[in-house]
Design a binder for this molecule. Structure first.
Ligand SMILES: NC(=O)c1ccc[n+]([C@@H]2O[C@H](COP(=O)([O-])OP(=O)(O)OC[C@H]3O[C@@H](n4cnc5c(N)ncnc54)[C@H](OP(=O)(O)O)[C@@H]3O)[C@@H](O)[C@H]2O)c1
Length: 177
């Protein structure tokens, strides 16, 4: 990302009306890859960044390099770990503005052979259940924020309290190929 307010990595961000400075942001899976790059950049821009991940060595390394980033160990596939994370955030970061549900896994499966359903469930737990459940646990905190849920739809920018959008958005039209 560059310092220009409306450009990132050469991609124009003129649609991005939310200034990402001085915010409190949780990034799940922020210890590597895309999540880590985002965590470092948002930290550099003066946001309060909280990162969660499974592996303690990765969390420790991130913390050592970026002392300003708060870290939290959790396995997002586990219900009680998500609850624990939400409880801790409520105590330590009550003014949470944004959640980046970035953590995810992709287990390679050969669909020409029987797949162990446990593998499919493991993927679904992290990629679908975790972000949906975690967002619901944090919704009360996020409702007080003025950051909209998505920066890509002007319709959302009008709502100062995005929780209202969540409860009133009409269903998407049915998919037609
Ligand atoms: N890279 C791509 O080309 C691509 C393409 C399409 C979609 N995506 C999606 O974009 C997101 C980021 O991709 P990436 O390539 O940057 O991923 P990555 O480098 O593999 O990093 C994944 C992150 O998620 C964390 N994570 C995984 N399972 C977790 C769990 N059960 N609980 C807590 N944290 C967990 C990992 O932490 P630990 O190491 O501690 O487990 C790590 O920090 C993922 O959701 C991925 O599916 C990526």
């Amino acid at each position: 990302m560059t310092d220009a307010p409306h450009r990132a990595g050469g991609v124009p961000l003129s649609i991005m009306k939310t200034e990402l400075r001085g915010r409190t942001v949780l990034i799940t899976g922020g210890t590597s890859g895309i999540g880590r790059a985002l965590a470092e950049e948002l930290d550099r821009r003066g946001n309060t960044v909280i990162v969660c991940g499974q592996r303690t060595d990765r969390l420790a390394e991130l913390r050592e390099r970026h002392p300003g980033i708060a870290v939290h160990q959790c396995d997002l596939a586990l219900d009680d770990h998500r609850q624990r994370l939400a409880d801790q955030l409520a105590k330590e970061f009550p003014s949470l503005d944004m959640v980046v549900n970035n953590a995810g896994i992709q287990l390679r499966s050969d669909v020409s052979r029987p797949i162990d359903p446990a593998r499919l469930r493991a993927e679904t737990d992290v990629n679908l259940i975790a972000p949906t459940h975690l967002t619901s646990l944090l919704a009360g905190q996020l409702a007080g924020s003025r950051v909209p849920p998505s920066s890509t739809s002007p319709r959302h920018w009008r709502s100062r309290r995005w929780s209202r959008w969540l409860t009133t958005a009409p269903p998407r039209p049915p998919y037609t190929p």
